[in-house]
Design a protein around this ligand. Structure first.
Ligand SMILES: Cc1ncc(C[n+]2csc(CCOP(=O)(O)OP(=O)(O)O)c2C)c(N)n1
Ligand SMILES: [Mg+2]
Length: 369
């Protein structure tokens, strides 16, 4: 493994490369596959909700399921995530319900972010899943700081942070990796290199031969792995997590994958992307790749998949129905959580808002600020 070679484990015929299989139990393998399947089904359904005008915005992770589910599975439940916005399988893997996920899309009264975040910018305390930020790269320095704090406290928690190829051009990438390298912070930096940052291709992002190669400048290992091979991602991340837990410092892992969908529901990749490139990545679909391995081990059948998919859809549709039926957060909640003692101006604004009634009160845009 190195910063320029690409580690793969699952071969074309579904066999694992000699001596590289991480030898996960049958139950764990099926759990990983079921999580990837759930993430894919949820993504497809949520984009449809956006197209129907029922939620405002969505970001798909289509094609990147192995990259984030494989890496996340290498952590203990007590470890922490500082995610980007394209890892929906992580909360699912950590047992977050479809209700909690759908409540966030709708920003309803039981949304953990109280309707103040963009859809898909989750925050789940129960899963040690830190609030997703829209500004690219900010989670990288947050993870480095959390890792440094854990080391000072002397606990053995490991922190995993995610960002895209575009994220490596942010100031936070340099600051985060530099601090983590110097202070040997227990952090695994996972760069999901999906070849695009909205409409900017990788070659417009960096002149480095690889992203993993950048690790050398920060004094940490940089490893490049096939991001559509869940076992390869798991193996590399497991080693990085163990190194971090032992006090040997951070690792930069580059998962080489592809954004199969558009950047977001507001984008149309067909305007700037070559169909042939998309086709060639379609052949490398991470779920199909894993299916071939599971089939060889007698763990996958079409019937099992159909049964799982039907159960996921039923559970998800019921959660969406419940989320959609819930009210918005109360207007008064706009004034909570920032000041312990709100300023007189804020109190006055709240009084004015509360004096409005009916549809006028629902339309914040009309409020005379
Ligand atoms: C600081 C900052 N600059 C620009 C943006 C607008 N923006 C949102 S996503 C994105 C591209 C990110 O690409 P990448 O890091 O490769 O992640 P991907 O979307 O491919 O997963 C940009 C430029 C932003 N959110 N924050
Ligand atoms: Mg990208």
């Amino acid at each position: 493994m190195s910063s320029t070679e690409l580690l793969t484990i699952i071969e074309k015929d579904g066999r694992a490369a000699k001596d590289k299989d991480p030898n996960l139990s049958d139950a764990e393998l099926k759990r990983l596959y079921a999580t990837m399947l759930a993430a894919r089904i949820m993504d497809e359904r949520a984009l449809a909700l956006q197209r129907q005008g029922r939620i405002g915005f969505y970001l798909q992770a289509l094609g990147q399921e192995a990259s984030h589910v494989g890496s996340a599975a290498a952590l203990r439940d007590s470890d922490w995530f500082f995610p980007a916005y394209r890892q929906p399988g992580i909360p699912i893997l950590r047992g977050v319900s479809f209700d909690d996920l759908a409540n966030e899309w709708y920003g309803n009264d039981v949304d953990t972010s109280k309707g103040r975040q963009m859809p898909v910018h989750y925050s789940f305390r129960s899963a040690n899943f830190v609030s997703i930020s829209s500004p690219i790269g900010t989670q990288i320095t947050q993870a480095a700081g959390a890792g440094m704090a854990a080391r000072i406290r002397g606990d053995d928690t490991v922190f995993m942070t995610y960002f895209g190829d575009g994220g490596t051009s942010s100031n936070d990438f340099h600051s985060g990796l530099n601090f983590a390298g110097v202070y040997k912070a227990p952090v695994v930096f996972v760069c999901e290199n999906n070849q695009w940052a909205i409409s900017v291709p990788l070659k417009g992002q960096t002149a480095s031969e690889t992203i993993a190669a950048k690790a050398a400048a920060y004094g940490m290992p940089g490893i490049r792995v096939d991001g559509n091979d869940v076992l390869a991602v798991y193996r590399v991340c497991k080693e990085a997590v163990e190194r971090a837990r032992k006090g040997d410092g951070p690792t930069l892992v580059e998962t080489v994958t592809y954004r199969m969908g558009s950047h977001s529901s507001s984008d149309d990749a067909a305007r700037y992307r070559d169909e042939a490139e998309w086709e060639s990545w379609k052949q490398r679909d991470p779920l199909q790749r894993f299916q071939r391995y599971l089939t060889k081990r007698g763990l996958w059948s079409q019937d099992w998949e159909d049964e799982r998919a039907a159960a996921i859809k039923e559970e998800l549709n019921a959660a969406i129905k419940r989320a959609e039926a819930r009210p918005k957060p109360p207007l008064a909640s706009l004034f909570e959580d920032v000041f312990m003692n709100p300023t007189p101006q804020l109190r006055e604004q709240q009084r004015q808002l509360e004096s409005l009634e009916g549809p006028e009160a629902d339309d914040i845009g009309e409020f005379p600020l």
